[in-house]
Design a binder for this molecule. Structure first.
Ligand code: RI2
Length: 323
């Protein structure tokens, strides 16, 4: 068999996901699906794979592995790869290419539709005059606020900055574009401002079969504080955030990122001999989350497993695996 070629678009996308130039679970998923379509076009045009269906399939699986290895926590990434690679079929390279490109397009369209639909559901939980608190930057969470604003509700926001990468700044800008008044706070001010907030809205990178919500580090502390203050908290998450491997008891790997995101090398040296840790995500137990809002409606976290079984069966395949 000929050595599979790897189109540089896949390498580029993988690099951008790893360095978080492309970030956010839904955005990562759509970039990965598009990278597979790019790879299909490139493999259909490359000498080594253009007339060899098995080499074409192998090159797509290789691309899938490259993309899969970038970041471990957001399950939207492997779910996107699964969606596209499971639909790769055909006897000729041209048929295979078309199946991958069509699946990638369909996936991206579904993603956009799902976000719009869940936005409507989440918006129904918000009332005119509400103030929401956000954590990190989640396009699913923002879709709920946007739909509420489109329903004519007046919404304002308290936006947590979200150390270490300060994705709260992206959220603040997006909310301002919607015309939502924004107050930016440091993470440690969240409990104080919960008294002025009607609803906490967060996203998710993965949702486990037991209803645990894996989201940006700091979400679980926020959820515990919100419960203590009596403020409802919802997770806005399309069903591509449901983690099928957790159906069979697997846990979700929490990404550990570079310590330089937390403290500059010079400062660290000046402090002296210390350890620095930088987990990117944490797990909010289902008892601290009021609702998971999806494109199929809202669910109490404990019942999300029923939807997960319906959509993924009893487990997960790895169509990118070497054969
Ligand atoms: P959407 C982000 O992770 C945040 O944790 C955010 O809540 C989640 O992805 C979901 O984002 P990161 O990529 O899919 O910033 O809702 O580490 O856009």
């Amino acid at each position: 068999m000929t050595e599979p070629t790897r189109h540089s678009a896949v390498e580029e996308t993988a690099e951008e996901i790893a360095t978080m130039e492309i970030r956010g679970a839904a955005t990562i998923a759509s970039a990965a699906a598009e990278a597979l379509a790019d790879q299909a076009e490139a493999a259909a045009a490359a000498d080594a794979t253009a007339s060899d269906p098995e080499a074409f399939r192998a090159s797509l699986r290789t691309a899938g592995r490259t993309l899969r290895e970038t970041r471990p926590t957001a399950v939207s990434l492997p779910n996107a790869l699964r969606y596209v690679l499971q639909r790769m079929e055909g006897e000729t390279v041209d048929a295979l290419r078309r199946s991958v490109v069509d699946a990638s397009d369909a996936f991206v369209r579904q993603l956009d539709r799902a976000q719009e639909d869940l936005g409507e559901v989440g918006a129904n939980r918000l009332a005119d005059g509400d103030t929401v608190m956000t954590h990190c930057h989640s396009t699913d969470a923002l879709a709920c606020v946007e739909a509420a604003v489109e329903q004519g509700k007046s919404i304002s926001a308290v936006v947590k900055e979200t150390r270490p990468r300060q994705q709260g700044h992206i959220t603040a800008e997006a909310l301002r574009e919607m015309g939502v008044p924004v107050t930016l706070i440091v993470d440690s001010a969240a409990r104080r401002y919960l008294d002025e907030v009607d609803h906490v809205v967060v996203g998710a990178d993965s949702i486990a079969a037991d209803g645990g919500v894996i989201n940006k580090i700091g979400t679980s502390g926020l959820a515990v504080n919100a419960r203590e203050r009596g403020v409802p908290i919802m997770t806005a998450a399309q069903t591509i955030k449901l983690h099928p491997e957790t159906l069979t008891g697997h846990t979700v790997e929490i990404e550990m990122r570079s310590e330089e995101e937390v403290v500059e090398p010079g400062t660290r040296e000046a402090i002296g001999e210390i350890a620095v840790e930088n987990p990117a995500f944490d797990v909010t137990p289902p008892r601290y989350m009021d609702a998971i809002v999806t494109e199929h409606g809202q669910f109490p976290p404990e019942s999300i497993v029923a939807l997960m079984r319906e959509l993924f069966g009893e487990g997960a395949t790895e169509p990118w695996a070497e054969q």
